[in-house]
Structure formats: structure tokens, C-alpha cells
Design a binder for this molecule. Structure first.
Ligand SMILES: C[S@@+](CC[C@H](N)C(=O)[O-])C[C@H]1O[C@@H](n2cnc3c(N)ncnc32)[C@H](O)[C@@H]1O
Length: 301
């Protein structure tokens, strides 16, 4: 396994940047958004974007998101199971089956967090193809999340192989990833946290080889009015309370549910993917569980 010098370096930087992330996570909730999903506005002073339902300066958002994930890193996996009743596992399994990677596939898993996608990818290659030549590079802006991922891999057959490596980097600027160097690019439940969704998708297009595939698993929008009502109740009344109970952190989970509502709709995100140069098959996405989540996908032709 590749050394974690980059994580250590970034860790030090982030600690220096903010002595106590937890205290800064508090913010007003349920404020109607003035900024349209996936868009930014230009004010006289500076460009604004959204952080949950708050409008913030673009320059602030990255740090605010960093605080959320630094706060939740240790409890992230337990909370995912608690919030979704384990359904996120089924979505992720389906995501990897839809990818159906062949032997030797080079995957770049961006916003990889604690490694759910990377682990499933390697397991699929091992179990389906008996392949140990496939590899995944996990990228995340947050060294705390990546560190939890690294520890998790230590207890697997992939530890101390070059099948998995880790890098702290911003999805909007994958400076260390060469052009046309990866077969598949994945981003799961990560892109809605990025300040410029369009830049993330353009970077994906740059680093993919010709014929390569972009795949995004993300919370999305429910059209069915009955399901939508239940989902809203669950999101705003249950999830933050679970966050408080399990992770002692209501605000981070309030942000998570608000950020879902701010993400572009399925067709709007499919357009961003096509505008970045990808070709999509059909409409370009598959809804999961009534659109609570969706898989968007595009090919670099
Ligand atoms: C909800 S977690 C998803 C983790 C994992 N992919 C999964 O499916 O369980 C979102 C991740 O996105 C990362 N992230 C947020 N903004 C990012 C950015 N601009 N570049 C790279 N990673 C980012 C966070 O640090 C966090 O680890």
C-alpha cells in the first residue's frame, strides 16, 4: 500500500487551518435557498454558492464541508447504516455491478471517503475474475476520511499490495492525475459537496482514457409526491436527530440533508455531464429507490 505522506502533509495543513472544526459547524437551518442548485451567483463583493440552505462565499464552502467530514469521519460508516437501514450498501453493490469492471481495470474513486466503493470494486474483480491486477486510487480532499479508509484496508488482502493507493486532492483539480490515465472514474455521494460541480466533471473527462467511463452515485430527487413527503419528513426530522444521538453532531447531518436538496435534478446533472464532453446512453441516469439516489454515467468517446 502506498505510503500516506500526502495524507499526513494535508492533515497538518488542515489542523493548522482550523483548530476546532466542530464549533464552526453551527448554522441556521431551513433558510430558503437564494442560489439555484448547481449554480453560483456573482455579487458585488464576491461569488456566492450554497452550503446546505445557507448562502456562503465560494471561498468559505470548501472549509465548511471539510469541517463536516472531519466531524463525522469516525462515525461515518455506522451513521450510513443507521440512516439508510443498510440500503446504501445495496445501492453501492448495484453501482459496482453496473460498472462490471473487467480484469486489470484502473479505477479512480474520487471523494472515496472511507473506501466503500474501492473495497467493493476490488472484491468484485477478485470474486468474479479472480483478478488481482485491477487497481484503485482513492482520492479525497479530507485526510480524516481517507485515514479511516486506510485503516479499514489494513485488515484486508489488499493491504501492502499496489492494488490500492490513497491521495489527498480536490476533485476540482486533480493535479497529480495525468490526462487520459484511468479506465473508470467514480464519485459516490461526494459531488454534491463540491463547490463547482461542472469543474469536477470536466476533470473527470480529462483524466479518463478514450472509451473510459464516468460514474456518479449521488442522492437525487424524488418525483412521486407521496414518497417525497415521507422522504422529507425522514430527512429533516429523523436524520439530524440520529446524527445527534449516534454521532453527537446534529449540524453536520442537517447539512447533509440540506445539501441533497441543493443538488441539481437528474436531467440538469445529466446535462452538466454531456456539457463536459461525455456521451450518455439514453437519458443518462438510473433512479434508485424512487430517485432518492441516482446513478449518472457517461462515456468519453
Ligand atoms: C458522503 S462522503 C462519501 C464517501 C464514499 N464515497 C462513500 O460513498 O461512502 C463524501 C466525501 O466527499 C469528500 N469531498 C468533499 N468535497 C470534496 C472535494 N472537493 N474533493 C474531493 N473530495 C471531496 C468528503 O471529504 C467525503 O469524504
Amino acid at each position: 500500500m502506498q505510503a500516506f505522506t500526502s495524507i499526513a502533509r494535508a492533515s497538518k495543513r488542515s489542523v493548522l487551518r482550523s483548530a476546532n472544526w466542530r464549533t464552526v459547524a453551527a448554522y441556521t437551518t431551513h433558510v430558503p435557498p437564494n442560489v439555484a442548485p448547481g449554480q453560483t451567483t456573482q455579487s458585488q463583493e464576491s461569488t456566492k454558492t450554497h452550503f446546505g440552505f445557507r448562502n456562503v462565499l465560494e471561498s468559505e464552502k470548501e472549509q465548511l464541508v471539510g469541517k463536516v467530514f472531519a466531524n463525522v469521519a469516525e462515525k461515518y460508516d455506522i451513521m450510513n447504516d443507521a440512516m439508510s437501514g443498510g440500503v446504501h450498501r445495496l445501492w453501492k453493490d448495484h453501482f459496482i455491478r453496473s460498472m462490471a469492471p473487467g480484469p486489470g481495470t484502473k479505477l479512480l474513486d474520487v471523494a472515496g471517503g472511507t473506501g466503500d466503493i474501492a473495497m467493493r470494486f476490488l472484491d468484485y474483480c477478485k470474486n468474479i475474475h479472480n483478478d488481482s491486477s485491477a487497481s484503485v486510487k482513492m482520492i479525497d480532499i479530507n485526510p480524516h476520511m481517507l485515514k479511516v479508509g486506510e485503516q479499514r484496508f489494513q485488515a484486508t488482502p489488499y493491504a501492502n499490495t499496489n492494488q490500492v493507493s490513497f491521495l489527498v486532492q480536490n476533485a476540482e483539480d486533480l493535479a497529480d492525475i495525468p490526462d487520459e490515465s484511468v479506465d473508470v472514474y467514480t464519485i459516490a455521494f461526494g459531488i454534491r459537496n463540491c463547490t463547482h460541480v461542472d469543474r469536477v466533471v470536466k476533470e473527470a473527462h480529462r483524466v479518463l482514457k478514450k472509451g473510459g467511463r464516468f460514474m456518479c452515485l449521488e442522492f437525487s430527487h424524488v418525483e412521486n409526491p407521496v414518497v417525497s413527503k415521507i422522504y422529507d419528513f425522514y430527512s429533516f426530522d429523523v436524520i439530524p436527530a440520529l446524527g445527534q444521538m449516534i454521532a453527537n453532531d446534529r449540524e453536520s447531518y442537517q447539512y447533509l440533508v440540506e445539501s441533497i436538496r441543493q443538488f441539481p435534478t437528474q436531467p440538469a446533472f445529466a446535462k452538466i455531464i454531456r456539457d463536459a464532453g461525455f456521451s450518455t446512453v439514453g437519458k443518462g441516469w438510473e433512479d434508485l429507490t424512487f430517485g432518492v439516489a441516482a446513478i449518472h454515467s457517461g462515456f468519453k468517446i
